[in-house]
Design a protein around this ligand. Structure first.
Ligand SMILES: [Ca+2]
Length: 464
């Protein structure tokens, strides 16, 4: 995807893999408890019924050959069509996710790609974040593997909904592999393309063979750590450090571009063909490539070390709006932004929208709306809707987040928004949320890695 057409220079010494005794490890371990000093932030152990899709509360399934409006072939030249068919992606009933690349009789490849609903994974100020997965690469090597390109990676949240701001928003390739080679690549993408501080489109990369069993022959644990205190990124396989990038290598400005936004979302995919496998093997896939092999994922977990209590920064003042001071509205009715019990950021003005009325215009990073005592009744809300408009400049975007009972609680749901066609071009944007019942203070918070206002809000509401 935005994993560019990368032409890897460091390809030597990879092809002479030494066969090692294969030790099959159990494939259904739960998410391991965090190491001392770490806390589990989020995870999915992919337990669930066989032949079902992974949790839609956790994951978005990407479809086709591009994001809507994004670069073709996911920006990498990969050729497969991504589907949500359980032929391509499913839980195996034994605690694993399996993404399988298939080729039909006409030679067309299908596979799958998923990304986390959450897009705000980042360390607390001065703390550390780890993104970890236990994964077996597709168990295929040699000519039969040409074109296989599995990846476990993360993209900066401003990419979602924009798709043209890569690589400034940052990309961490926690595990990449091509052509069945016994090696894991760890890569940082940043700055500008081409060239720049991350030497795009290659990125700042390192690679090594998997310890013990080959990467294809067994499960290995791939871990990326973002150390905000040390201003360092670190890549590990089975606990062995194999790549580091320090802030000084890319410069403070580039570092800030990829770390000062709302955070990252995590992706898993199995591509076929594209620039990376082609760079090492010529045009892939070939007639010798064998379909039907799977990327197998036991779990994905995000851990944090060091707790932050710093709320989002805001340069605006809080306004208590008169009228409906007690709140108490129904979650399933339109909660008018201009009538929020508290507001920070934006200005109240006229909405040229269906139904007219007022809206809160041009909200930026750090703003929020508080709706007190919102009643979810006896139903479980699983959808959030916001009526939004944006005249933000190209490349400017941010997140709209729903939080319960605290402005700093983990978001129950999030979506990204950029230009909708103008500050009075209104559209209703849905987001999946974790199930909500009961009565809560609802905070709608606004987070962006850049300072310009990026969204106006007419109303929000919930659905089941
Ligand atoms: Ca599992």
């Amino acid at each position: 995807m935005s994993r560019r057409r990368r032409i890897l220079a460091a390809t030597t010494a990879l092809l002479a893999a030494i066969p090692v005794a294969v030790v099959a490890m159990s494939a259904n371990a739960a998410i391991p408890p965090p190491a001392a000093g770490w806390n589990l932030v989020w995870g999915d152990d992919f337990n669930g019924a066989a032949n079902t899709l992974p949790s839609s509360s956790n994951w978005i399934v990407d479809l086709g050959h591009a994001y809507p409006g994004g670069p073709g072939n996911w920006g990498t030249g990969e050729i497969q069509n991504y589907t949500n068919s359980t032929n391509n992606i499913k839980l195996d009933g034994s605690g694993n996710l399996r993404i399988t690349a298939l080729r039909d009789g006409a030679g067309n490849w299908t596979s799958s790609r998923i990304e986390t609903q959450r897009s705000n994974f980042k360390p607390a100020p001065g703390g550390k974040l780890a993104i970890e997965g236990r994964i077996q690469m597709p168990n295929v090597t040699g000519q039969a593997a040409l074109g296989y390109w599995p990846a476990f990676w993360a993209l900066g949240s401003p990419y979602r909904g924009n798709y043209w701001n890569w690589p400034s928003i940052g990309e961490f390739d926690i595990m990449e592999n091509v052509n069945g080679i016994n090696s894991v690549w760890g890569v940082l993408h940043c700055g500008v393309n081409p060239g720049g501080p991350c030497n795009e489109t290659t990125g700042i990369a390192s690679n090594r063979a998997c310890p013990g069993t080959s990467c294809q022959g067994g499960f290995h644990t791939y871990r990326f750590e973002w150390d905000d205190g040390a201003k360092q990124f670190r890549w590990y396989v089975d606990g062995q450090l194999f790549h580091t990038v320090n802030q000084g290598q890319v410069g403070a400005g580039t570092w800030d571009q990829m770390t000062n936004h709302a955070g990252y979302f995590v992706l898993l995919n199995l591509a076929i063909g594209g620039a990376f496998p082609n760079a090492l093997a010529g045009q892939t896939p070939t007639a010798a490539t064998v379909p039907g092999h799977s990327l197998v994922v036991d779990y994905v977990a995000v851990y944090q070390s060091g707790t932050g209590t710093t709320p989002p920064t805001s340069t605006t003042t809080t306004t208590t709006t008169p009228g409906n001071p007690g709140g108490g509205g129904s979650a399933y009715s339109e909660l008018q932004a201009e009538s929020a019990q508290e507001r920070s950021g934006g200005t109240v003005g006229t909405a040229t929208d269906t139904g007219g009325g007022q809206a809160v215009g041009e909200i930026g990073n750090g703003g929020y709306l508080k709706f007190s005592g919102v009643n979810f009744g006896s139903s479980t809300a699983r959808q959030f809707y916001a009526r939004v408009a944006s005249g933000a400049a190209g490349g400017v975007s941010g997140l709209v987040e729903v939080r319960l009972d605290s402005r700093t609680a983990a978001p129950a749901g999030t979506f990204a928004v950029g230009n909708t066609g103008g500050w009075q071009s209104w559209k209703t944007v849905p987001a999946n949320i974790s199930g909500i019942t009961g009565t809560h203070d609802v905070y709608v918070t606004f987070t962006s890695g850049q300072p310009a206002p990026y969204v106006s809000v007419n109303w929000v509401k919930f659905g089941t």
